[in-house]
Design a protein. Structure first.
Length: 403
């Protein structure tokens, strides 16, 4: 019989992996047949995520993995200190507190208007695909605005992101090779376009993140990002930000329709959306697994010694449903107190776009609940995308109206 991890990765478990996570937690640190380790309990995951002996650089694995697009600079998510810290600090200087504390709140008017205009298109439609018609168009539009991408380039960015996302789930056994090739080409096109935009921003300070990074003259020990580093950072924000937000919004709609009392309550109490999204990040997180980290040196996790160079897989979604950390963890409860979930990770690699994803989802869910007319699921469970890591429905069809 396949091991628990193999069954989690099998598509048949995608709609409900949580019983299998409970199985995993019986052995908090489990060595696999290939010599890797799987960590599934809250305390052990948070300990490891905050351990300086853990690496995000593939070169520190005893069996190195491909490091991305050959010769192309990696984003800081795949780096370790001090280089990670330098690049992240420079990005955060223009993306959030303490240097730009009003960035996300300053976007709220645009966010609300964008959400409203998408929902306007639902008028008269009895059936809606929450993914294609709502959750997917939203983050690309918002992040392009944040980066300072010209409005006329927006449609191209939508196509590139879709092709890249489709290629991430590529399965050579079942998918046409064209799917992978389109993803490779989309990455090249996106990188080239971002590079050209950055070049044009030099000497022309503006509001977009690309312009701020290209003209960053603030005296600082970190210096300035190279153009290649700016492109890698923008690409990270666009791709990772898109997928996280699409899954969070879609999982949110699905969860609310499965808990109609919460949907009604959110309609009556709009402020509930803030703790509700935090509970979503615990209960149905958009990123379920960190598929690898590497041990710099021998480390002890719980009662297990993990040898240097070992691949470590962190089951974030399992940790956020650990009954030793959360009371009644399989219950969706927006009133939950002390909700220190792992939905955006922890430690130095905690999701730097988290505040934006949170606010987008809060506005999207609140507006959708307020304006939809008697929404209900067409299929439950819906079809899921193949990935067990970035887990979310590939389509979520709902009907509205009294029929």
């Amino acid at each position: 019989m396949p091991g628990t991890l193999q069954r989690i990765y099998d598509y048949s478990s995608r709609a409900d992996p949580y019983p299998l996570y409970a199985e995993l937690r019986r052995t908090p640190v489990a060595r696999q047949e290939d010599g890797s380790y799987v960590i599934s309990t809250y305390r052990e995951i948070t300990d490891v995520l905050n351990d300086p002996h853990l690496s995000s650089d593939v070169r520190n694995l005893s069996r190195p993995m491909p490091s991305g697009e050959g010769g192309v600079p990696l984003s800081f998510i795949h780096m370790d200190p001090p280089e990670h810290d330098r690049l992240r600090r420079m990005a955060m200087r223009h993306f959030g507190p303490p240097h730009t504390p009003g960035l996300v709140t300053g976007l709220e008017g645009d966010l609300t208007a964008t959400v409203g205009s998408v929902i306007d298109g639902f008028t008269g439609k009895e059936r809606i695909d929450v993914v294609d018609d709502f959750a997917s168009p939203l983050p690309v539009t918002v992040i392009c605005h944040l980066l300072g991408v010209p409005r006329e380039d927006g449609p191209r960015f939508h196509l590139w992101v879709n092709d890249i996302m489709n290629s991430i789930d590529y399965d050579p056994r079942t998918d046409p090779k064209e799917r992978l090739e389109k993803g490779v080409q989309a990455r090249k096109d996106l990188r080239q376009c971002l590079g050209e935009l950055v070049q044009r921003r030099h000497g022309r300070p503006g509001d977009g993140l690309l312009s701020r990074l290209a003209n960053d003259d603030e005296p600082d020990v970190d210096g300035r990002m190279t153009d290649a580093e700016i492109v890698a950072t923008a690409k990270l924000l666009l791709i990772a930000g898109h997928e996280t937000t699409v899954n969070l919004i879609t999982n949110g709609v699905l969860t609310l329709l499965r808990h109609p009392q919460m949907l009604r309550r959110l309609r009556d109490e709009p402020d509930l959306v803030v703790p509700l999204v935090e509970e979503l990040l615990r209960y149905e997180p958009p990123v379920q697994i960190i598929p690898w980290r590497a041990a710099y040196s021998d480390i002890t996790v719980g009662d297990t010694v993990i040898p240097k160079g070992s691949r470590i897989t962190l089951m974030l979604a399992s940790g956020s449903r650990d009954p030793d950390r959360f009371h009644d963890p399989d219950r969706f409860d927006p009133d939950r107190q002390d909700n220190q979930h792992l939905g955006f990770g922890s430690g130095i690699h905690a999701c730097f776009g988290g505040p934006l994803a949170r606010r987008e989802t809060q506005i999207a869910l609140a507006e959708l609940v307020r304006r939809l007319d008697h929404p209900r699921l067409v299929t439950d469970p819906p079809p899921y995308r193949p990935s067990p890591v970035l887990r979310g429905p590939i389509h979520l069809e709902i009907e509205q109206g009294d029929s």
